[in-house]
Design a protein around this ligand. Structure first.
Ligand SMILES: Cc1cc2nc3c(=O)[nH]c(=O)nc-3n(C[C@H](O)[C@H](O)[C@H](O)COP(=O)(O)OP(=O)(O)OC[C@H]3O[C@@H](n4cnc5c(N)ncnc54)[C@H](O)[C@@H]3O)c2cc1C
Length: 307
């Protein structure tokens, strides 16, 4: 079934991928991403803006990416959005494929600029080839820049140890199951288990004075986490909730906001179509039913128009 699903999505031409999955995209420029974040805030939703474009191999491409991130920091600052908008970055967009030293220097450039303006940066977690360097750079800079956050993926066996090794740095951790299909020698394949680990690790991180961004769309697990929040009287200084832009979860998002917690959406924008297509294709693999949902909406509007 999963092979069939992948085959169908692989066969979809780029224009169809774009058509079916564009609700996941904040726009095709930084300005569109900024506008989207402001519109979300009108509904009480916070955001984290991400520029799509991974695996950059040349210094020229990386320098361009850095400039866009710096510009994004300026725009969030100018528009006074720092209380509800953060920025997400990726090691592979900041030069890790050129060299580790280059990446860490670039990350510090972006993070120190954001820190001067009180803006939060989060380092996304890519596949397992990046876990070590992401955590190394995170721990190195977190002590200097308290607002810096990163991500842990519950699918990886190593995550228990990674939590232990955070020590007492008051980390800011987005906790998710992880989107990359990893080798079975290093990662779980059972989704239920990954989600049980979301619940267990969130509690462990909070008990060790780390801040948790609980990132899942699974309402069953969000509700379980909310019950723990009530039981343990957790506050918005200890936990927030995160989802991807485009995933229809309005009711539970409203409930989280009404309870006084931050509900943050991941708002990606892409300056180049090839980057948006790669991201959107990943989202369609994750949820192929999106295709039917868009088709249903189109048919609905045609019939409404006809009446
Ligand atoms: C804010 C945020 C940031 C993230 N950052 C990272 C990261 O840095 N590194 C990383 O590896 N992963 C990241 N992820 C992805 C994450 O690891 C999961 O792959 C993703 O959230 C799907 O897992 P789930 O827990 O929602 O469970 P699932 O079981 O996949 O989904 C639960 C329910 O939500 C629905 N759903 C899930 N995804 C979609 C979708 N795209 N469209 C429509 N419905 C959907 C499913 O149909 C299902 O009903 C991030 C996720 C979020 C929300």
């Amino acid at each position: 079934m999963s092979r069939f699903k992948n085959f169908i999505i692989n066969c979809l031409p780029d224009f169809a991928v774009y058509f079916f999955a564009k609700p996941y995209l904040g726009g095709n420029s930084l300005e569109k991403g900024i506008t989207k974040a402001k519109l979300l805030w009108e509904k009480g939703l916070s955001s984290t803006i991400d520029m799509l474009g991974e695996d950059l191999k040349s210094e020229e491409e990386v320098e361009h990416a850095i400039n866009v991130y710096l510009k994004a920091i300026d725009r969030v600052n100018e528009e006074q959005m720092k209380d509800f908008t953060s920025i997400s970055v990726k090691p592979s967009s900041l030069g890790y494929l050129v060299s580790e030293e280059y990446y860490i220097a670039n990350l510090e450039k972006v993070v120190s600029y954001a820190s001067e303006k009180g803006i939060e940066i989060s380092i996304d977690m890519e596949d397992h080839n990046y876990t070590d360097v992401t955590l190394k750079s995170y721990k190195l800079l977190k002590v200097k820049y308290p607002l810096l956050g990163t991500v842990l993926q519950t699918r990886l066996f190593r995550t228990d140890r990674d939590i232990e090794e955070l020590g007492d740095i008051n980390a800011r951790i987005r906790l998710c199951i992880g989107i990359y299909r990893e080798p079975k020698e290093i990662a779980y394949t059972n989704k239920k288990l990954m989600k049980e680990r979301l619940i267990a690790f969130a509690q462990e991180l909070i008990s060790k004075n780390h801040y948790v961004a609980f990132a899942t769309h699974d309402e069953k697990y969000i509700k379980r986490m909310l019950a723990i929040v009530d039981e343990k009287n957790l506050t918005k200084e200890q936990i927030e909730f995160q989802m991807l832009l485009g995933v229809p979860r309005r009711k539970i998002q409203r409930e989280i906001i009404e309870r006084g917690f931050t509900m943050r959406l991941y708002v990606p924008f892409a300056e180049e179509k090839k980057y948006s297509i790669a991201y959107l294709r990943r989202r369609l693999y994750e949820n192929p039913f999106m295709v039917f949902s868009v088709l249903r909406n189109i048919l609905r509007s045609i019939f409404k128009f006809g009446n």
